[in-house]
Design a binder for this molecule. Sequence first.
Ligand SMILES: N[C@@H](CCC(=O)N[C@@H](CS)C(=O)NCC(=O)O)C(=O)O
Length: 245
Amino acid sequence: MIHLYQWPPGRKIPNLGPFCMKLEAYLRISGLEHRVISTTSLSKSPKKTMPFAEIDGQLISDSQVIIEILEKRSPRPMDFHLNAEQRAHAVAYRGMLETHLVPILVHFRWVEEAGWAQFGPRVFGKVPALIRPLISGHMRRQVIKRLNSLGVSRHSVSELCEFAQADISAVANLLGTKQFVFGSEVSTLDLVIFSVIGNILEGDVDMPLIDIVKGHQNLVDHMHRVLALFNESHVKGHVKSHSKS
Ligand SMILES: N[C@@H](CCC(=O)N[C@@H](CS)C(=O)NCC(=O)O)C(=O)O
């Protein structure tokens, strides 16, 4: 049995953490029996990041590390059908989305005042009112510091939108008119795209990235297609969940 530890679920999308959403989608769509534990505590996570999982009694952090372990031990991995060139594209596009576009998304949620006014209450709404400003303020300062040191938050909003536009158009062009990014079968790169595009479109924070994504109807359709797959997999009954903070 696999135990998946992740942030509590989102309202319109499975999770407001793109890495959590990717991993949960992988477990469900692969049909792997697992239990979801909703938590906000990183104390058990070996790398102090979310998500993390317990597999055969071993705690492992990082969505990609976990997916690769599960792909290796599966008789029919999700990326089984990819050739070497497609695998190379998957590595490059995942890097672009997770290490370039996600920090821009995080900037619009945590750094921009308008985004924070919507995102802060969504994420910290359940923290007792007395300590809420203390906790949320501390975490926000940490995120701002990290995004400044990466250089992301030193760009203007219009520069960030240009960077995002380039990334999003690249993914839209790769997808084209196909059902999934490499044809008619889902791959792990589809789950990366789903988790990032889904968090932009339905993450409950107004931001300029939404209109950029909406300019590519194929990406919007792809998001709904993978979400349907995610929800159908739930019906198969592989998933049980309970909360823990
Ligand atoms: N490469 C990691 C990234 C995970 C990640 O950045 N998670 C964020 C939340 S979505 C996190 O845990 N942040 C904790 C922190 O910044 O202290 C993965 O794929 O799991």
